[in-house]
Ligand binder design. Sequence first.
Ligand SMILES: [Zn+2]
Length: 506
Amino acid sequence: MQLTSPRLRASLLAAASLTLVAAVLPPPKPLGIGDRLFPELGNPGYDVLSYDLSLTYKDNRSPLDAVTAIEARSLEPLERINLDFTHGTVASAEVNGQPARFESAGEDLVLTPAHPVPASAPLHITVRHTSDPRGRASDGGWVVTEDGLAMANQADAAHRVFPCNDHPADKAYFTFRVTAPDGYRAVANGLPGALPAARAGGATEWTYRTLHPMATELAQVSIGRSAVLHHTGPHGLPLRDVVPAADRERLEPWLAKTAGHVAWMEERVGRYPFENYGVLIARATTGFELETQTLSLFEHGLFAGEAAGYPDWYVESVMVHELAHQWFGDSVTPRTWSDLWLNEGHATWYEALYADGLGKYPLERRMREAYQRSDQWRAQGGPPAAPKAAAPGQKIGLFRPVVYDGAALILYALRQEIGAAAFDRVERRWVAENQDGIAGTDDFVRLASQEAGRDLTAFLRPWLYGETTPAMPGHPEWGGPAAAAAPGKAPAAAAAPAAAPVAGKP
Ligand SMILES: [Zn+2]
């Protein structure tokens, strides 16, 4: 038989070459970029520039229909392209306009393009798939709320929602197109891209896009019976909050505080780094709050008042914690997950400073209490800048006290060592020079050394990597190795305890 249609012949040849490729390539396997804590997270060989994510929501019991379109650039010749993806069903995949073979290997979706991709070539990848909100909540990804869905992808769960290069070292721009039944409101990171568009069958499509690159772990899509409230922050910064419509009036006094929180942070570190900000309050029990970029996720129960065990000052300090992450963790993204202390240490530092400013929990007292527990935290979780991996099946097990107050303690020690003025310059330069970028522990040590005017490697190394906690400069009375060390400086005046001890943040 002879094929006469060029189109049929071309498709047969493409199919034949696919078979040929499959015959010579070894079986697909999961790859990673060598993160010590998540060895199979992220993928080598390409750089994602943008994600265009289309999601169609029906209800919380049904997988969403999804199309993920990725613009990327190859960094080396690629016979295969690994994406991170699990917990959804793939219907088809295309690379540069041609169908690609797709197989799962571990938590990777492995694409074999019809033709190998040369180095430094544009990559257009389209995957049609489902995105399943069902499953163990503790695995991360979609969060099922009373009235819809939200997302909590930190640290390694974005690829439970959509195919991606799921490592914060590969930031990209995002566009979201979310179709939901009428009566629901969909909101995502960034600015609304267009007016909501009517879709068939009583549904509406909402679009958003980010004006800054974002790590996959910071993506947020909220679908619910939500009210969206608008305020204005410092220098005209648009503030947008998303709350259950039924809770709007009760939550408004809390939402009104954000503008002041932004101004407070800006006084300390400089301009807020993104296009807008707001809080997303979800009727869900997550056990954590999360700094999703421009739209931080909070549990409804946090705002339940003193009766629930949360004094007002504590709630506000947690709001400041997530806001501080917009600079530390979101705008400046960790190079590896071992650099998590740079996220949580700084967010805890500003949380603690804010509580100190409210006169509720003096910073020095909090740091002294952290110092007393620091050796125990290090024994449990490893040193702040080289934490132990989470136990299998405990996705957020990495988030231990040693990277929160245990890491804020490093910043306190640094400030004690180099003085408040130099410390202030370190903080401002860190977020200004690394805005929209990626930075790690070595970068921080280098910058701190520059501002101190001397190499701080020997000083910071034991704070970052030691099994035990070094002496606290200026506080020999805190004990530990400090008690034995010769006091080089006069200790700062100890603040008198003024408030009852408070349990740590979940
Ligand atoms: Zn945090």
